[in-house]
Write a protein that binds this ligand. Sequence first.
Ligand code: SF4
Length: 390
Amino acid sequence: MADAPITQDVMTIPRKLPDGPQNLVGLTRAAMRDALIAAGTPEKQAKMRVGQIWQWIYQWGVRDFEAMTNLSKAYRAELAEKFVIEVPEVVTRQVSTDGTRKYLVRIAGGHEVEVVYIPETDRGTLCISSQVGCTLTCSFCHTGTQKLVRNLTPAEIIGQVMVARDDLGEWPEQGAPKNEVRLLSNIVLMGMGEPLYNFEGVRDAMKIAMDPEGIQLSRRRITLSTSGVVPEIARTAQEIGCQLAVSFHATTDEVRDKLVPINKRWNIEALLDALRAYPKASNSERITFEYVMLKGVNDTDEDARRLVKLIEGIPAKINLIPFNEWPGAPYERSSNNRIRAFADIIYKAGYATPIRTPRGEDIMAACGQLKSATERARKSRKQIEAELGR
Ligand code: SF4
């Protein structure tokens, strides 16, 4: 396949800038312990120090060592000399009329990624990015027109959660009773990039999000969406343990090759085999099949019946996504009647088929609309249309 996936190592900047203080954000507990010992913390104290610093950073949202009052003044000064607690800078913050918030955040190298917060009555979901641009070129996705610049580091991934909590004022007061109602209760890895092409970065960041002494998000409230990087699917269950969603979007290889080009590498059959074997899938933890509704492309009744046949035996739910237009997009959204008729066929076959309500369209925050100016458009409308044989 022409745009063969790029391995992570090439595209990730090192965590320790050679001549600067080290950022503690994004380090696993083991890596933080090693860093503290390397900086002079006595080995037998290191585990305890990690516990203390971890809580300040991820439970209380503290970014200043001076405020870490259960550490001696001398040790705080030592830490401040050798380490920093840095999160991405918020460049712009837009709030939609429907309450959706979109943040453009700047990371090392001056690159920018988008993060979207979607408030709902019973939850608050943060849609985070894992790459600047994307390794892949799904033709319905705005990010897919943005060339991959690099993978995000764990600090830049968990940092998106931290800046959103800052904006929502969600860091608890020390000593205050635990607030059971969380404004940011769910994370979806559905922003910019293919998370499974940044496996280690995403894994380490989600482990931090799930850590019981920090942000404490349950693995059942974290959903990773992949376009179908088959070799990494089982590993997601083993090493992250979160919920899985798959960008499915078509019921024939011919159409999926065009919509989700990674299908040329691992086709529908290979993908479904991996999902059937997904260790975490069960009736209470169903795999979400994401299906963007594109007028005249993948929305016939026959497509709906074929989809039901294909996913037989997989604990699944189907999320229908009315296509969200973006400048230069070569598709149109299916009509509401068509989407409802499609949903009806799947629902009658016994599957929950929620139709995703487009959120934040007025600020280009809806699914598939994310793109940062970090890189020029990769493919023009003419090129995408030529590829579609139009
Ligand atoms: S849908 Fe996901 S994998 Fe495909 S181009 Fe967009 S961000 Fe990348």
